[in-house]
Write a protein that binds this ligand. Structure first.
Ligand code: SF4
Length: 437
């Protein structure tokens, strides 16, 4: 039987999909794409914003429309966080929570035998341990997302994730070593350590994120270690000092800001101030001069005044992020922020998102322009529509190498970044290893 996957959301969701895919392929299923008339289609969903929720419903209807007879499986955070999942996702034949999805091969066998719609959403338990879901490969990708942490204990006022993902639990270091050795022998030169609250990695096991990074950097064949999204208040100068000694660590830090205004940060129940975030950013640039700092910002949070928004905008400009993901506040049912007074009209949220996005775009061009003239190692990933190959430098800057060919995919090439082209992308040329000194 043919199985296809469609994943919405974060790198952790992508790693979860790969783990489920591996179980199904081991059970004899063959891989297919959603458009290739699969027998089974697994939609791994996301509930972090109203937009991702809307996309989950839209994709469910779409896949049912184009695959009338396929077995449609819904899993992921939308299923887990939505008590009315059974009714709301009528197109799905099986609706499975995170903990239940690991049993998909057996649940599909049961469904094929009796044809009974299955809704199985086990709630997360205190003391739940990390479910080992080691991945062996990451089809069609040059870098592999390695999930080392799940869950979050923070309960930021706007966030549905702790309700969907449960409490912090981490992958033990020995299991991580085995997984990384497998991925290295499968040819992955770059891995991304990901988690729901990656910065909290090991807090349940008595180990640290630094140890996981050092371990990853010690695996033969792994040349680059990248980090997923991080929380600012779980990082400090001491941790950055240790990380700065990990040669294979990529100097790209995605650290969620959410707002540059202390009033709003307090209302969001975030655990740092703008000044503390600024100090952290300075610590990063002091130890990683070539670093790229990227972030997430919510605009239009309940009660955010014009002055609060102006403070947030000014702070983002001051830090000069390399990239900013902007989210108009969307109330998530079941979170404190959804019940808060002073919910802002859609028009104000959209206007603020527009202004923050315009700033983000200006900062992005500024960051890319500042890369011109630099030398770097480029990991070649895919052919570029304008010719040659495209890849990313260690600080996650995308660069096109016109003279590169598809045979060079997944190789690290010394390059010099020569120009910002008409499309706003960077172009490079081959450099000698000497030029990288
Ligand atoms: S730390 Fe991140 S995942 Fe955890 S509650 Fe806050 S926003 Fe959500």
């Amino acid at each position: 039987m043919k199985v296809a996957f469609y994943t919405i959301g974060c790198k952790v969701n992508q790693a979860d999909s790969q783990a489920i895919r591996q179980k199904l392929l081991a059970a004899g299923y063959t891989p297919a794409e959603p458009e290739e008339n699969p027998d089974v289609l697994v939609l791994n969903s996301c509930a972090v914003t109203a937009e991702s929720e809307r996309k989950t419903r839209q994709k469910l209807r779409h896949f049912r429309a184009i695959n009338r007879d396929c077995i449609l499986v819904l899993t992921g955070c939308s299923a887990q966080a939505n008590p009315n999942a059974a009714e709301d996702y009528a197109e799905a034949d099986l609706i499975l929570g995170h903990r239940d999805a690991k049993n998909l091969p057996a649940l599909l066998d049961a469904y094929l035998r009796c044809g009974e719609r299955t809704v199985m959403i086990s709630s997360h338990q205190r003391g739940e341990v990390f479910e080992d879901s080691a991945i062996e490969c990451f089809p069609g990708r040059t870098r592999a997302n390695v999930k080392i942490e799940d869950g979050c204990d923070r309960f930021c006022a706007y966030c549905i994730i702790p309700y969907a993902r449960g409490r912090v639990r981490s992958k033990p270091l020995p299991a991580l070593r085995t997984e990384l050795e497998t991925l290295a022998s499968a040819g992955f030169a770059e891995i991304v350590l990901v988690g729901i609250n990656l910065s909290a990695y090991g807090s349940d096991l008595g180990c640290t994120l630094c140890e996981a990074v050092e371990l990853a950097g010690s695996i033969s064949g792994i040349k680059r270690v990248r980090l997923g999204s991080l929380e600012p208040d779980l990082l400090n100068a001491e941790i950055l000092q240790i990380l700065s000694h990990c040669e294979s660590l990529c100097p790209h830090f995605h650290i969620s800001l959410q707002s540059g205004c202390d009033n709003t940060l307090r209302a969001m129940r975030r655990r740092y101030t703008a000044a503390e975030y600024r100090t952290l950013a300075c610590e990063i640039f002091a130890r990683f001069p070539d670093a790229a700092l990227t972030t997430d910002v919510i605009v239009g949070f309940p009660g955010e005044s014009d002055e609060d928004f102006a403070a947030s905008l000014a702070f983002v400009e001051e830090i000069a992020f390399a990239k900013v993901h902007v989210f108009p506040f969307s109330p998530r049912k079941g979170t404190p922020a959804a019940e808060m007074a002073h919910q802002l009209p859609k028009a104000i949220k959209q206007e603020r998102a527009h202004r923050m996005l315009a700033l983000a775009e200006r900062l992005r061009v500024q960051f890319l322009a500042a890369q011109v003239g630099k030398t770097a190692q480029l990991l070649l990933e895919q052919p570029h529509p304008l010719g040659g190959m495209q890849g990313c430098t260690a600080n996650y800057t995308p660069v096109r190498l016109p003279e590169a060919t598809p045979e060079m995919q997944n190789t690290l090439q010394p390059i010099k970044i020569t120009a910002l082209d008409a499309c706003g992308g960077l172009v490079g040329c081959a450099a000698t290893a000497g030029q990288l000194m």
